[in-house]
Design a protein. Structure first.
Length: 165
């Protein structure tokens, strides 16, 4: 399991360079197909996205979790945007939805296993997605943050170093 990998000796493996644009485009297309026509999933790219070394399985897990959350917590449809930008040293993923948002009082607990926002009780879920996502991000030496306003939407930003750690 992903969370178990965080402290294991598996962390010492060297990840191959990735074709990040192909991987992200594949995940976006999968999510578009699963989401249906009531959602518009937008993928934008800017900056230098070349030269990223990482674990494709972990990165896929990050993107699937965040895009599927954007869809799931936007029950009336709408836009879910993924913006991938790159600098010489980092990739930045920004996933933004127009969903139910997260109450401020719940935001500091969302990366803990089995924690869910108080306004999400009627929506199916386990409360593990963001905990797993954060673990995957940390395994890449990156960081994750959430900016959310209840009844407006949520933006999750991930910053990952391009090079080997």
């Amino acid at each position: 399991m992903t969370i178990e990998r965080a402290g294991s000796s598996e962390d010492t493996t060297i990840a191959p360079p990735l074709n990040i644009l192909e991987l992200v485009a594949d995940v976006v297309e999968e999510q578009r197909w699963l989401a249906g026509e009531q959602y518009e999933i937008i993928f934008r790219v800017s900056g230098n996205t070349k030269g990223f070394w990482g674990d494709s399985d972990l990165l896929r897990q990050i993107l699937v979790n965040l895009l599927s959350n954007g869809i799931k917590y936007s029950p009336n449809g709408g836009k879910v945007e993924l913006h991938l930008s790159g600098t010489t040293s980092h990739l930045i993923f920004s996933i933004q939805d127009q969903g139910i948002g997260i109450p401020l009082a719940d935001q500091d607990k969302l990366f803990q296993a089995f924690q869910r926002a108080s306004n999400a009780e009627a929506i199916a879920g386990t409360g593990l997605g963001l905990a797993i996502t954060q673990t995957c991000v940390k395994l890449h030496g990156g960081d994750i943050s959430i900016d959310s306003i209840e009844d407006v939407g949520t933006t999750v930003t991930i910053r990952l170093p391009k090079g080997l750690r």
